[in-house]
Design a protein. Structure first.
Ligand code: ASP
Ligand code: MG
Length: 453
């Protein structure tokens, strides 16, 4: 039997949108402006996760104390503006005690599990404080521990969500609360089957919002951040960048993977599975509009956006023992798979393969893709060359593979740049190429002027 649920919107607020009391107040106004918003997902206040990650590295006592003092000041700046600060002040103080305790433990035994436990306190504090801000507006609000629903595997720092379990748990534990009140929960954090705290990787709150939207069959996910939507490129690189009003899921996913720092790269997976539109807007300027990411966009232009990923490393492997290419490639891919390396872009020729490995956004920041063990094993099958100091420029658009003059249009004005690798054809939404890092920004400016202005 299918039940007809009221249409709900999941609203997620990023770190800058809950950075201080004023930001929280603006975000509360946004939540209350639309009755369909029934579930709020929050990041930690800006700067807090970074401090907690540093603390999880095992700091010397006086440095540790400085960081904890900074954290406390950030929280008290919010608490002191509340009308009834006492009870919540005590609760936050308990969490800060916990943080101190865990940060001291990290000195002797650093681990990804401990790091996740520690950083989860950032979202705990912001969500508890936001509940108070909403209650001051006399709104029936419930705080909810996301770990009761966001079940993941135990890959600490970059855990994978278990979609079916999340759907079941959300129906059982979260839906009844949403029927009663406005619910505020944490992004980014989850728990494994043994009940240990996990995280979805840096920036993972967007992903939480779309996972919960999927589980609850929400009508829309609103991602409130510090920019009024998704732009044709990073305005810090190209000031002429323009906001894109609507974008398809495929284009937006491609942008996220290619380095546009607007959405966590996995955010759109649940939205695509359940066809849930995702809106991106600025909580500081809610009236400035934003970008709607959805399945169908009208009249897609061929070229939509440019993205840049810095600090790329190119790995070039050449077969040394004269094996036929198919066997050589099979060996190489098997090694990469054994080392659980996320492959990103690949080009292949007769006896060589060039690839870029994708550094995961693990919470602890410890994930090193090119480990010595990996390189040693690769060297036993191939001659390995490593080239650093590169940047990946990606042109995103629709039906790029069918665009007859594309290569001329893209590369004509880039003749002064030494292109190190080009990937095109596998995705019809992106053309990516590697350049020396120092040419990347000027290439972005040229391409934006020629193709997007
Ligand atoms: N607080 C976490 C981070 O800074 C998650 C998020 O903001 O999405 O990475
Ligand atoms: Mg974010």
């Amino acid at each position: 039997m299918t039940r007809n649920y009221p249409q709900i919107i999941v609203a997620k607020f990023g770190g800058t949108s809950v950075a201080d009391f004023d930001a929280m107040s603006r975000s509360a106004t946004i939540v209350l402006a639309d009755k369909a918003v029934r579930l709020v997902v929050l990041s930690a206040s800006a700067g807090v996760t970074n401090l907690l990650v540093e603390l999880s590295g095992g700091l010397e006592s006086s440095v540790r104390q400085d960081k904890i003092d900074t954290l406390r000041t950030l929280q008290y700046n919010i608490i002191s503006r509340l009308k009834q600060p006492e009870a919540i002040g005590q609760e936050i103080e308990r969490l800060i005690d916990n943080i101190s305790h865990l940060a001291a433990m990290a000195v002797d035994s650093r681990s990804a599990a401990l790091c996740d436990e520690l950083v989860s306190h950032g979202e705990m504090m912001s969500s508890l404080l936001f509940v108070e801000v909403l209650r001051e507006r006399e709104v029936e609000t419930q705080w909810f521990d996301a770990r009761k629903v966001i079940r993941t595997d135990d890959t600490f720092g970059c855990a994978a969500p278990e979609i079916h379990t999340i759907a079941e748990l959300a129906e059982k534990r979260l839906r009844p609360r949403i029927d009663q009140a406005l619910v505020v929960t944490q992004g980014f954090i989850g728990s494994d089957a043994a009940g240990q705290t996990t995280t979805l990787g840096r920036g993972g709150s967007d992903y939480t919002a779309s996972l919960l939207a999927e589980a609850l069959q929400a009508a829309r996910v609103d991602i409130w951040t510090d920019v009024a939507g998704i732009y044709t490129t990073d305005p810090r690189i190209v000031p002429q960048a323009k906001r894109i009003d609507t974008l398809s899921f495929a284009e937006a996913s491609e942008m996220a993977v290619c380095g546009a720092k607007v959405l966590h790269p996995a955010t759109l997976l649940p939205a695509v599975r359940k066809n849930i539109p995702v809106f991106v807007g600025s909580s500081a300027q809610p009236r400035a509009g934003g970008t709607l990411v959805c399945r169908d966009t009208q009249e897609p232009p061929r070229y939509r956006a440019l993205a840049l990923r810095r600090q790329q490393t190119l790995l070039k492997l050449t077969c040394v023992n004269g094996q036929p290419a198919h066997r050589f490639l099979a060996e190489i891919f098997a090694i990469l798979s054994r080392h659980d390396v996320a492959l990103d872009l690949v080009t292949i020729s007769e006896s060589s393969i060039a690839l870029i490995l994708n550094a995961t956004g693990s919470t602890s920041g410890q994930a090193e893709t090119m480990t010595t063990a990996l390189l040693t094993e690769l060297s036993s099958y191939s001659h390995v060359e490593i080239e650093t100091g590169l940047a990946l420029v990606s042109l995103i658009g629709n039906a790029l593979a069918q665009a007859p003059a594309m290569c001329k249009e893209v590369f004509a004005d880039l003749d002064t740049h030494a292109v190190r690798m080009i990937c095109h054809g596998a995705s019809s939404h992106a053309l990516c190429f590697l350049l020396p890092a120092e040419c990347a920004e000027s290439a972005m400016k040229t391409l934006h002027r020629n193709l997007l202005e």
